[in-house]
Design a protein around this ligand. Sequence first.
Ligand SMILES: *[C@@H]1O[C@H](CO)[C@@H](O)[C@H](O)[C@H]1NC(C)=O
Ligand SMILES: *[C@@H]1O[C@H](CO)[C@@H](O)[C@H](O)[C@H]1NC(C)=O
Length: 408
Amino acid sequence: MEPFNHFPHLANLKPNLSFKPMKRTVRPLFLLLLVLVLAATLSSRAIVRRGILSIDLDSRARIRLRPPPLRLNATLLRHAAVQIGEDKFRREVQSLLDGNFGSHARHRTFVSWRRFIHHDRSASANLPATLRSPLFYRYWLDFRKVLHDWFRRRRFQPGIMSELTRSIKVPIDSHNKVVTSGSKYSSCAVVGNSGILLNRDYGSAIDSHEVVIRLNNARVDHFEAKVGRKTSISFVNSNILHLCARRSGCFCHPYGDNVPIVMYICQPVHFLDYTVCNASHKAPLLVTDPRFDVLCARIVKYYSLKRFVEVSGKGLEKWGETHDGALFHYSSGMQAVMLALGVCDRVSIYGFGKSASSKHHYHTNQKAELHLHDYEAEYAFYRDLVDGHRPIPFLEDRFKVPPVVMYH
Ligand SMILES: *[C@@H]1O[C@H](CO)[C@@H](O)[C@H](O)[C@H]1NC(C)=O
Ligand SMILES: *[C@@H]1O[C@H](CO)[C@@H](O)[C@H](O)[C@H]1NC(C)=O
């Protein structure tokens, strides 16, 4: 029996036990005392973890004893690393790089692009923007370069978590004219769009964070008491920008056009929208690093596979049929939480989760969610973050996950 193995940072108490010349009668007493102290520490920790105590995060971080490490399942890790639609994806990127815009969606992008260029009178008065127009050609070259660079960087590299401060926080700070010293934000609120937000008045609690991250342009007007009014980062998927790009000047800023946007690319063709809109944005329009995307995809797939086997009792090879393997994707909310883990010292999550009695979204009347996400798997991931279960699959040991609290 070696109780200290589980609590490495208590190990320095051990010498006291072994070599201090205690009197025989004192030693059992001392042991008893030590056990009591340990028990008290553990139970207070249990209370904190269950959220009964309203949490003082700093003291929580100090007294946190890590639960014994979980063992990751090697089979699940291997399966989670396989990207089912990868070959098709490669072909799609290649054909875009070759200038091959076949489908209807792409055609639409081009039509809106032409319209945009048409609006851009300063640059090209009444230019009949055809494929051969010089302005169009310039965008086209930019598009190819950006897509090419992005695709070349796309691989699994968990160390990317430690680069998020540099790639996301630094440009945002510089836009806000804040001097950064490579430090993280002291606190971040990630605000999801679930209807459960309407059950409480979290508005001022949300706004009290140094940084508030909102998702997919969910509006805050008329919901301020529930969701707050402050937005520091607007996190969107590229479908959102694709819709905005059809408007003149890419105007689509529910939080004001000074709020930086961080966007992940759902379809490579959306770099067309990015190329056009990036130039006209006042605030940074940042595309997530493809290595960050790959990391998020693997983590969610791990949890999805695990849950699939546990709940359905079927084999792993059946997962793809159920979850539309090639289209399966993490949600914007999941990647926004991952971003917060990388750039914040502590993270609060609001408006994530479903409840039978609540609306699906606080701001729309949409009834149900798309099938290409596995929200239950993502909730399992958040629970591991909140409960301090480690390791998180695919995250490096040296990356320290900040404390996470989830508000229901
Ligand atoms: C890992 O997961 C697979 C699939 O769920 C399961 O069959 C296997 O027993 C697990 N391995 C361990 C060591 O738990
Ligand atoms: C996007 O726009 C910003 C500001 O104009 C510029 O610094 C950046 O290089 C652009 N990004 C790309 C990939 O062109």
